[in-house]
Design a protein around this ligand. Sequence first.
Ligand SMILES: C[S@@+](CC[C@H](N)C(=O)[O-])C[C@H]1O[C@@H](n2cnc3c(N)ncnc32)[C@H](O)[C@@H]1O
Length: 268
Amino acid sequence: MLAAERQRFLEDYSRIRQAEGRGSDDPAYYLALPYRDLSGRLASQWSIRGRTYRYFERHILPRMEGETRRPLDLLDLGAGTGWMSYRLALRGHRPVAVDILTDPRDGLGASAHFLARLERGFPCIDSDFDRLPFPDARYDAALYNASLHYSADYSKTLAEARRCLRPGGRILVFDSPVYRLREHGEQMRRERHQQFLAQYGTASDHISSIEYLDLATIAALAREIGLIWRVHKPWYGLRWHLRPWKARLKRARPPSRFWILEGKLIDR
Ligand SMILES: C[S@@+](CC[C@H](N)C(=O)[O-])C[C@H]1O[C@@H](n2cnc3c(N)ncnc32)[C@H](O)[C@@H]1O
């Protein structure tokens, strides 16, 4: 991302996030994430985020831990405040939080709340996830939590993650909107830009983030990057799971799904 592009993205992004009421003056707010939103402002969103992370902790991470039998070297890409790196560090792993946002409430600056609680902290790196300042084959997994869909070019973003991963390493994608069909993702994108323009005075389209994943793209990325996907579908409650049916009855666009994509690198 060029410096000017990055600046415009950060201005837009921060404006929207502030208007949404992200962040808090209370350190306890950060320490409770993702399981509880002590501000109460985005509680339903964090309830989903918490369920995704709990699923990862219970069903995916133990398998990864069993394979290596040592602390994992993990990249938390688009880490935001670094809450996930904190959780992983508490579990004894060695995360690195990477983001282009250094804001003290919503970006890497907020990691101070976590670092104050840890005996051994974690590095916070101000960097674009398309150009990582890390050596080849150094990490066990690259984790994108609600961040991969900000990429403007998934092939480029994931190829850069692959470069940093050890053979057999993993790429994990959490909480990025997934649609079966591309046209539904494109429709969501248009609706979202219109809504942002009306509500915040910016369409937030200064960098060409893709904003969603679709099945054809997911399959193409497996071939291109050289990985095999395993798709996990956490349970987010009955209301959430009835959304596609409701949309069908209303003849509306299908809602996004939040599947966890677990990609395991294959040799090539
Ligand atoms: C919705 S937030 C998610 C933050 C955090 N992972 C979480 O779960 O709360 C998306 C994050 O991706 C970051 N991001 C977007 N594009 C990026 C890029 N090219 N390189 C690094 N970070 C990026 C944003 O700055 C933002 O902090």
